[in-house]
Design a protein around this ligand. Structure first.
Ligand code: ZN
Ligand code: ZN
Length: 426
């Protein structure tokens, strides 16, 4: 967990090291090839062409570094709204020991609540959110433009380089300007591959980002709105009865991220909202969705140790590994006796949160077990715990005596293993 990493230490990670290496590899290879293909010292057009490329490369690097250094804007720990009564509309974050401001979400990787969180980007080793959304989008834009220019230069040089012998023997000496060595041809081909990859990969990412910005709806909020519409559809209400409060129209939405000074607007906590909505319109919906999720939560008890590995071939066998969920969400380690609140169900895997033991809940944090408490684990290592009454029947059944209590009816726990009839809930 990369908690509280600040400043340039964010760059000591495979993501930024790889991203900066790719930018530098494309830039240096293109400059080297361009010096033969369209020398900047022989014509003004050549000079302007190279100057444009250098500008794009510098802007891409600058915005990349700024996106990482600025960060998304972290919500202060133990944050509270100004009006104490407003806490009833907000979710509580146990990790940050404070309330989550509207549009804030807890990032597992940063281990902090992030203002207007969009997603955690491993390439900048930080989240993309309120404060760095503009820098991140400009980084994508300039990288794509620079890589498009690099693709033209490298493909042009490659073509001239491999036809050099033809040019020399056919009286076209002025075209035989690109001369390859073993190393430079390898660099040229690598650079071409990387530049085309950047144009395609970051192009798709920029498209998604622009959609997010124009609708003023982050990747996480798209999910919340989808669930909000589905909830209303499921209970027979009109889908239009939910109004997303932050969509002010595409122009005002764009201006919230891109403005004259490229500076973040506001404090990342209070947001302009549509008429008829308030600051807590979306958080109330989130709480209602959480309540529904709680209603379908089931309790499981672990009976055999779980290693927390992604593919537990030795302990669980092939069928469990083959049915592993395709997500980068964590896997949890369990010990016999652990209680887990399960919210998502697959045939061989369950997703839930492990209840902390009494020891772990104590003031001494050294008793805390390492690793995640929320994540996936193999279904066969746990059994469902169902509360039943001695007088028969499960809670809510009609078998209670008339006075509504069981005679000597202390609840006992019955454990029931439910295999092979999984329902899929999201
Ligand atoms: Zn948090
Ligand atoms: Zn993050």
């Amino acid at each position: 967990m990369s908690a509280e990493i600040s400043g340039f230490r964010r760059f000591i990670h495979w993501g930024p090291i790889t991203a900066l290496s790719i930018i530098k590899c494309i830039t240096l290879t293109t400059l080297y090839m361009n010096s033969m293909w369209w020398p900047p010292n022989e014509s003004f057009a050549g000079f302007a062409h190279q100057a444009l490329f250098l500008m794009l490369s510098t802007l891409a690097t600058f915005n990349y570094v700024m996106a990482t250094l600025t960060g998304p804007g972290l919500l202060p720990r133990q944050w509270q709204p100004k009006e104490p009564k407003d806490t009833e509309y907000l979710q509580y974050c146990k990790a940050c020991e404070g309330y989550k401001a509207p549009r804030s979400h807890h990032c597992r990787k940063c281990n902090r609540c992030v203002k207007k969180m969009d997603h955690h980007c491993p390439w900048i080793n930080h989240c993309v959110g309120w404060a760095n959304h503009a820098y991140f989008s400009y980084f994508l834009l300039f990288s794509i433009l620079g890589s498009m220019q690099a693709t033209v230069v490298l493909c042009g040089s490659f073509y001239r380089g491999i036809y050099r012998y033809y040019y020399l023997t056919h009286g076209l000496v002025h075209l035989a300007s690109v001369q390859f060595t073993v190393y430079s041809i390898i660099m040229c081909i690598t650079g071409m591959g990387l530049a085309i990859g950047v144009v395609i990969g970051l192009g798709m990412l920029l498209f998604i980002q622009l959609k997010t910005i124009v609708a003023n709806q982050t990747g996480i909020e798209i999910w919340i709105v989808e669930k909000a519409i589905y909830r209303r559809y499921a209970i027979g209400e009109s889908e239009d009865s939910f109004i997303y409060p932050y969509d002010l129209g595409w122009w005002l939405n764009l201006k919230q991220v891109f403005n004259d000074e490229c500076q973040k607007l506001g404090d990342g906590i209070d947001w302009p909202v549509l008429k008829g909505c308030d600051q807590y319109t979306l958080t109330r919906e989130q709480l209602a969705q959480k309540e529904e999720k709680r209603a379908r939560t089931r309790t499981y008890k672990c009976h055999s140790p779980v290693t927390g590995r992604w593919l537990p071939v030795c302990s669980q066998g092939w069928s469990v590994c083959m049915g592993a969920p395709c997500t980068d969400e964590p896997r949890i380690r369990l010990q016999p006796g652990d209680i887990i609140k399960v919210t998502r169900f697959r045939k061989h895997w369950l997703f839930g949160e492990r209840e902390l033991t009494k020891q772990e809940l104590g003031a001494d944090k050294t008793h805390r077990r390492k690793g995640h408490i929320r994540g996936w684990f193999p279904r066969r290592s746990a059994v469902e715990v169902i509360e039943v009454h001695e007088c028969g029947g499960e809670p809510g059944s009609d078998n209670l005596p008339e006075n509504g209590t069981c005679n000597g009816g202390h609840a006992q726990l019955r454990q029931q293993q439910r295999n092979g009839h999984a329902k899929k809930y999201m």
